[in-house]
Design a protein around this ligand. Structure first.
Ligand code: MG
Ligand code: MG
Length: 290
């Protein structure tokens, strides 16, 4: 009963206010983020031509469970449908939320993998777009711009700024290069729930939206299309796909706002120890500074 009451209270509170995290909670979120990074690195080691998406999913699920955590997406409910797997695996024109199946990876594929865990009651959630074998220059440029946009957003995630500053930075960087910015899905707060307030759209105006305060933990996650911004949902109820069939990319980091310097608590380092990034690192505009 008490648990029910506390869950109910958290839900009511979530409607009115954003939950700012204590130092202890931030420590927990760091541990969850670290496990996501190590899971993604383990998956990265297995990405190869001929490997199926369900094989990658099994690698991730086993890794998470052997580290005393639970896959956060498995059983996640949206409407009446539960997400059936550990990873979201979205290939080429799939943007996000792809359900792992027996598709065998081919050279030149773009593979976006999103991974979530629940460890000690706190969630971790981030993702990376991989290139399988050699990818086209156009696809590499899409990955690079999406990755750059993620960092443009992170650079705006300072205390006193507003959510719209992040949104605008992501949108303007991608649209200036002719890419489509997905509107239907957004970044989000994270903590003891996978998706908390505030929403963090990848489009918007500077100076608008909620003010960023110390202790705010959010996921910034540009979903960027090579063609137009429009997307459709597959009949599986989950897979989001570009309407025009052009490929898409998705990078996601977890960020905590502090009064001094904002902290990125997720990292792609473990992944990039295993694989070559799909984007040309020398052409990267600006270096990640945090
Ligand atoms: Mg997310
Ligand atoms: Mg995610």
């Amino acid at each position: 009963m008490q648990q029910w009451l506390s869950r109910f209270w958290n839900r009511v509170r979530g409607l009115f206010m954003v939950h700012l995290k204590s130092q202890r909670e931030i420590d927990r979120l760091r541990e969850s983020a670290d496990l996501v990074g190590r899971t993604l690195a383990e998956v990265a080691r297995h990405i190869d031509v001929g490997v199926t998406l369900t094989e990658l999913d099994a690698v991730a699920e086993e890794f998470i469970r052997t580290h005393d955590a639970e896959p956060a997406f498995k059983g996640y409910q949206a409407g009446r449908k539960e997400f059936p797997n550990t990873l979201c695996t979205s290939v080429n024109d799939a943007v996000v939320h792809g359900i792992p199946d027996d598709y065998a990876l081919q050279g030149g594929d773009l593979l976006s993998i999103d991974c979530g865990v629940k460890l000690n009651g706190y969630y971790g959630d981030y993702g990376y777009t991989f290139g399988v074998g050699t990818i086209s220059e156009e696809d590499a440029a899409l990955c690079r711009t999406t990755y750059e946009a993620l960092w443009k957003g992170i650079e705006q995630a300072d205390e006193g700024n507003r959510v719209g500053d992040i949104s605008h930075a992501v949108q303007s960087h991608c649209e200036a290069q002719g890419y489509g910015v997905v509107r239907e899905l957004v970044g989000h707060g994270i903590g003891q729930s996978l998706h908390e307030d505030p929403q963090v759209p990848n489009f918007g105006a500077p100076g608008e939206g909620r003010r960023l305060k110390r202790g705010l933990s959010i996921c910034i996650e540009p979903m960027i299309n090579q063609g137009a911004a429009d997307v459709t949902t597959d009949s599986d109820g989950w897979t989001i796909r570009t309407a025009d069939g052009y490929p898409a990319a998705h990078y996601e980091h977890m960020v905590v706002v502090h009064d001094e310097e904002t902290e990125v608590i997720s990292t792609f380092d473990h992944i990039e120890d295993e694989i070559q990034p799909p984007y040309d690192i020398d052409a990267f505009q600006g270096t990640p500074t945090r």
